[in-house]
Design a protein around this ligand. Structure first.
Ligand SMILES: O=C(O)c1cccc(O)c1O
Length: 542
């Protein structure tokens, strides 16, 4: 098994400890401490229950024993694919308590993605819900099991059919392991993936706990906060910025909202008196629209965080008047660096920037294509390193070569500029991905799938600005022989076992890609040309 590693240069690790960023806390240690301090506070509420911190802690320990009694061994990796439900927290803390390594996937992922995570992580376990959002995860687990023989343990939360169910894990009195070293890797998070398939992001206890502890402070979380997970909580944003883990850190309540639609979310806000939640821009627009006609009382909401993609300043300015709460912009990445506008910032900073870093030791470089720093205030590529930004992906030397500089900066792929106040404004991105409502889709990954279709000679996928999604995906396709149908191509992509958000929104046929090219062009230049051509054509048509 490839060892899990995430290491910073020694002198920096020492500095991060001296400065009190890394305090030797572990993920389970966070729950243990909160359960001791606030045993009777409500920890988590969802359609599947309401538990206090004492109950959550007990459940997590019981699950830890059950998983070990069922044959999992500390150090084993387990892909977790659960919707927003109370069991998400008990399962994940149970895995931490057992020394097992969660690999976080999203409810939208399908067999191709799950099989990739299982392979890459060399995982032996897979924990799923029975059904959610009209989809049967047991059927998915059956397919994945056939594809990945190394998968030994499928565990289902709910109606398990032929699989073991979470509730039926052996009670066992398996001894629980000692707490892991705080500098060790706690879990694998999934990257948005700008080239090819998603990469796995090893995060340590030290670095991750720092990121959500400091986030909880910046966002003013207290034991009275009621934080609602509206986006899928396996996403790094609602997980840690400050998210469900920030809430657990301070002893606040987590509300697991099963869907971010305004009807569902407003109901939960009213019922649980939610004070804080986070959304991607398209959902924020939807909520603002719905708030005017809604009869739910959402007056408890104090802070709405918006992140994942750029939020237009015009929309940002309307948040407080339509939803009656403060806006906080969040610009972050599962690899580490997270920026926030602060709750007491002047309105212009909050509406026009994406915030500033969590840590005084987050190092920011804004450089040109040659890697040279740009003059102050100009746009360039964002590089970063710091006390919670990774130095390497898991088990992927080629990606590491591309994504990190020799001196350990992570190349975020975002194009930003810095204001005189030291706040970042996101201007675009360098990588070939599509940021579709906060979901990052790799153009290359989808092109490869299109190329597998017998009727496709070549394919190039690009991002097209979209008023609602921010960006939508458009695939240019050169047919090999007669044109395949558009519905047929989309069905083909779906049939490849991919998340629905990766299916191209638009497909445009082309005769060739070489119209204006002199000689060979790179995929990058080609995508740019196709995109520009389509957009100027659309402009003429309007
Ligand atoms: O990945 C993201 O887009 C993201 C956005 C806001 C905050 C985060 O932590 C993130 O990872």
């Amino acid at each position: 098994m490839q060892p899990l590693r995430q290491t910073w240069p020694q002198h920096l690790a020492e500095r991060y400890r001296e400065k009190g960023y890394w305090r030797g806390e572990t993920m389970f240690g966070v729950l243990r401490r909160t359960a001791a301090a606030y045993p009777d506070n409500l920890a988590v509420v969802g359609t599947d229950g309401r538990w206090t911190y004492r109950e959550l802690h007990e459940r997590a320990e019981r699950i830890a024993r059950g998983l070990l009694s069922a044959g999992l061994t500390p150090g084993d990796r387990v892909v977790v694919q659960l919707p927003n439900c109370t069991a998400f927290l008990s399962v994940v803390f149970g895995l931490f308590r057992a020394g097992l390594i969660p690999v976080f996937s999203l409810p939208a992922h399908r067999e191709t993605e799950i099989a990739h995570f299982l392979h890459r992580a060399e995982a032996v376990g897979y924990i799923v819900a029975d059904r959610h959002g009209g989809f049967d995860y047991r059927a998915l687990a059956r397919k994945v099991k056939q594809e990945v023989p190394a998968l030994r343990h499928v565990i289902v939360v709910g109606e398990a059919e032929e699989f073991p169910s979470l509730d039926d894990l052996p009670a066992g009195d398996a001894p629980l392991p000692a707490d892991p070293a705080p500098e060790s890797v706690a879990f694998l998070q999934i990257s948005g993936g700008s080239t090819g398939l998603s990469k796995l992001i090893p995060r340590t206890h030290d670095d991750y706990v720092y990121s959500f502890r400091a986030s909880a402070e910046i966002c003013g979380m207290t034991p009275d906060t009621v934080f609602m997970g509206s986006l899928p909580v396996a996403h790094n944003f609602p997980m840690s910025s400050p998210g469900i883990f920030g809430a657990v850190y301070v002893g606040a309540r987590v509300v697991m909202c099963p869907s971010p639609s305004p009807e569902t979310a407003f109901h939960w806000i009213e019922q649980e008196r939610v004070t804080m939640t986070g959304l991607v821009p398209p959902l924020a627009l939807l909520w603002m629209q719905a708030a005017g006609r809604s009869t739910f009382d959402i007056s408890s909401l104090e802070v709405l965080q918006v992140g994942g993609a750029k939020f237009a300043p015009e929309a940002a300015r309307r948040v407080s008047s339509t939803l009656g709460c403060k806006l906080q912009q969040v610009f972050g990445m599962a690899e580490g660096l997270v920026n926030y506008t602060r709750l007491d910032d002047p309105e212009d900073l909050v509406t026009e920037t994406q915030g500033r870093p969590i840590s005084p030791d987050d190092e920011i470089l804004i450089v040109d294509d040659m890697g040279q720093p740009v003059p102050a205030g100009e746009r360039g590529l964002l590089l970063t390193r710091g006390p919670y930004t990774i130095r390497a992906y898991h088990n992927d030397p080629a990606a590491n070569q591309r994504a990190f500089t020799a001196d350990g900066y992570y190349r975020t792929g975002d194009i930003v500029r810095m204001t005189p106040e030291g706040y970042l404004v996101v201007e675009g991105r360098a990588g070939d991905h599509i940021n579709r409502a906060g979901e990052k889709i790799s153009a290359e990954e989808i092109e490869d799938h299109l190329l597998a279709h017998p009727g496709v000679f070549d394919a190039a996928m690009v991002a097209i600005p979209d008023p609602y999604l921010g960006e939508r995906s458009c695939a240019f396709v050169i047919p090999d022989g007669p044109r395949p149908g558009i519905a047929d191509l989309k069905a083909f992509i779906r049939g490849r076992g991919l998340a629905e958000f990766k299916v191209p929104d638009q497909i445009v046929f082309a005769e060739s890609f070489e119209t204006t090219a002199v000689g060979k062009v790179s995929r990058k230049v080609l995508r740019q040309r196709l995109r520009d051509a389509l957009m100027s054509r659309e402009k003429e048509e309007v």
